[in-house]
Design a protein. Structure first.
Ligand code: NDP
Length: 489
């Protein structure tokens, strides 16, 4: 006991008694001057920050990225500079719809966010375990998420809202097919692939731009539960993913992912039959093969979950020299909304927190606000820019080359010319018979109670992917595939 430090207030004053509050007599009442009691209760009142609107339930760990293959001809990003190079990182996995206390073993997309602490700043890949997403235009995002969350009156999740929205938004078919496939209910996040999902840009030393997609393929193998198995798991534990990830790392069984990129020369974007910036589409491997880049390993659990994982703030706006954005509309909106969410839920200077802090010096002129605990620029007179006091300066050598592809600003119909059916159909056809049966069983289970006109509208979409898909779901739901195309298309 004598080695224990003396307990203090947050202002550092010793605490003499942490068992008894300060009162006028043995039976009370309490005194307002008991600042230690007040400080303790006030802190407890502030122990929560707003949970994320999406991806509230998460699990995370620290690790390393190691380069195994030279891709420096595509990018000057220093993280990829040489084979063998290692970069520290933090990963946060999550479910999307469930609140912070939700059970882990639920059918849902898994968030897969990686923050690489590179020597030229933090690069965040804020992805999912799926290569595509439900929508391609961010104007639809809040509506989509409302269908995944609780109904305003019943305060319950609403299958009707989900299938109504999906059936009126056929661009969702690809992601819906993945969600209800075996991979929609993984045993844990060690057993999922990660995908950056969006198309990003690489820029090399010669100023050439290549579009790229990034994939993290699990070395643990894919493992999933059926709905029935998951129900049994949730009955036993709501924390199955946290237990699996935490104890694997604690026991030295470090999970690993092989990291690949697909590369597309800049002007190919004008030739592909699909829009390569459409988040509901993949780039077929046969056209753009996976190029190995490295290995990601998770090898350290956080010491404090709240400080290091709940406050870990990932944003697609965090890019570094040699990596850039693409015109993908969903990416463009996320560049704004993720950093904005963190400023709201954590505080203005959230990137000064240890888990978010880059491992390189930070020099900017953003001045005051919550969490302003970092020092001034070396010369305190340099608190604006431009200045004559050797303050931090811009560096034009990092300017990106101009885009070779262009477009006018307008509200283009995001559905025009887009084929929402071929790629989910290709996925359906690469499944085994058993996988297809489970896919259609899972969809039918999720459609229970949904009005018949919505079911009929949705099975038309499935049928357009593959007639067996439409008929299989229709038969399970006791409807026939309507002959006419749906009005929403
Ligand atoms: P390939 O046959 O070359 O690759 C098929 C891909 O599908 C593999 O990456 C595989 O992942 C993945 N996969 C298998 N089962 C599922 C599932 N239930 N949910 C999600 N992904 C799954 O095919 P193509 O590149 O020609 O694409 C065909 C279809 O495969 C696409 O329409 C798309 O639906 C799906 N797909 C394609 C990806 C791509 O980047 N091209 C990425 C992921 C899926 P793994 O290797 O880990 O088993």
């Amino acid at each position: 006991m004598t080695d224990s430090p003396i307990m203090t207030t947050t202002a550092g004053a010793p605490i003499a008694d942490n068992q008894n509050s300060w009162s006028a007599g043995p039976r009370g009442p309490l005194l307002l001057q008991d600042w230690q009691l007040i400080e303790k209760l006030a802190h407890q009142n502030r122990e929560r920050i707003p949970e994320r609107v999406v991806h509230a339930k998460g699990w995370g760990a620290f690790g390393t990225f190691t380069v195994t293959n030279d891709i420096s001809k595509y990018t000057r990003a220093k993280i990829f500079a040489e084979v063998g190079k290692q970069t520290d990182l933090v990963v946060r996995f999550s479910t999307v719809a469930g609140e912070q206390g939700a059970a882990d073993a639920e059918r849902d997309v898994r968030g897969f966010s990686v923050k690489f602490y590179t020597e030229e700043g933090n690069w965040d890949v804020v992805g999912n375990n799926t290569p595509v997403f439900f929508i391609r235009d961010p104007l639809k995002f809040p509506d989509f998420i409302h269908t995944q969350k609780r109904h305003p009156r019943t305060n319950l999740r609403s299958p009707t809202a989900m299938w109504d929205f999906w059936s009126l938004s056929p661009e969702s078919l690809h992601q819906v097919t993945i969600l209800f496939s075996d991979r929609g209910l993984p045993v844990g996040v060690r057993h999922v692939n990660g995908y950056g999902s969006h198309t990003f840009a690489f820029i090399n030393d010669a100023g050439e731009r290549f579009w790229f997609k990034i994939h993290f393929k699990t070395k643990q193998g894919h493992k999933h539960w059926t709905n029935a198995e998951a129900a049994e798991v949730v009955g036993r534990t709501r924390e199955s993913t946290q237990e699996d990830l935490f104890y694997a790392i604690e026991n030295g069984d470090f999970p690993k992912w092989d990291v690949f990129v697909q590369i597309m020369p800049e002007l190919d974007a004008e030739k592909t039959s699909y829009n390569p910036f459409d988040l509901t589409k993949v780039w077929p491997h046969a056209e753009y093969p996976l190029i190995p880049v490295g290995v990601m390993e998770l090898n350290r659990n956080p010491d404090n979950y709240f400080a290091e994982i709940e406050q870990a703030a990932f944003s697609p706006s965090n890019i570094v020299p040699g990596i850039g954005f693409s015109p993908d509309k969903m990416l463009q909106a996320r560049i704004f909304s993720y950093a904005d969410a963190h400023r709201y839920r954590i505080g203005t200077h959230y990137e000064a927190l240890p888990v978010n802090q880059p491992k390189v010096p930070v020099h900017h002129y953003h001045k005051d606000g919550s969490m302003r605990f970092f020092p001034n620029n070396p010369n305190p007179n340099a608190y604006y820019e431009p200045n004559s006091f050797s303050g931090p300066r811009q560096a034009p050598e990092y300017r990106e080359p101009p885009l070779k592809i262009s477009g006018d600003a307008d509200r283009y119909d995001h559905r025009a010319g887009n084929d929402d059916y071929s790629q989910p159909g290709a996925l359906f056809r690469l499944m085994t018979d058993e996988q297809r049966e489970r896919l259609m069983d899972n969809i039918a289970a999720a459609m229970q109670g949904v009005p018949v006109e919505i079911i009929e509208r949705q099975v038309v979409h499935f049928a357009k992917c593959d007639p067996r898909y439409g008929e299989g779901v229709a038969q399970r739901m006791g409807v026939t595939v309507p002959a006419m195309p749906v009005a929403a298309e």
